[in-house]
Design a protein around this ligand. Structure first.
Ligand SMILES: [Zn+2]
Length: 120
């Protein structure tokens, strides 16, 4: 699996704009390349973790997982994240403050870190 650099850049910018709240979206892939995110209306909220609001979303085949931000800068899944990961998707990305091209990691549906190549 690979991800386009532009997707990471877009999410980093959106994560900055969402501070101090989390930003969350679904990942869309064609073949083995994640090329787009799907924004969900109404998912950005105050106190409630953004990631759990993805759970109510009907899924189609193009969605392979989730991406969301951790303003704390801790780039590991929380218990809440792991719970969601176990229910949906194969690949989940967490981006962390300071939201640059190095401050992200990818995880599988068990919450274990996996490698994900960034391409142009
Ligand atoms: Zn999280």
């Amino acid at each position: 699996m690979k991800i386009r650099r532009g997707v990471i850049e877009l999410v980093m910018e959106s994560s900055k704009d969402s501070l101090p709240n989390e930003f969350a979206a679904l990942l869309k892939a064609k073949k083995d390349v994640i090329y787009e995110i799907a924004l969900l209306p109404g998912t950005i909220s105050g106190d409630r973790s953004a990631i759990m609001q993805l759970w109510a979303r009907p899924m189609d085949l193009g969605y392979v997982g989730t991406i969301h931000s951790h303003p704390s800068g801790v780039i590991y899944p929380s218990d809440e994240d792991r719970s969601l990961y176990s229910k949906f998707g194969n690949i989940h990305i967490i981006v962390g403050y300071p939201f640059n091209l190095h401050s992200w990691r990818a995880f599988n549906n068990e919450g274990a870190e996996i490698s994900l190549e960034m391409i142009q």
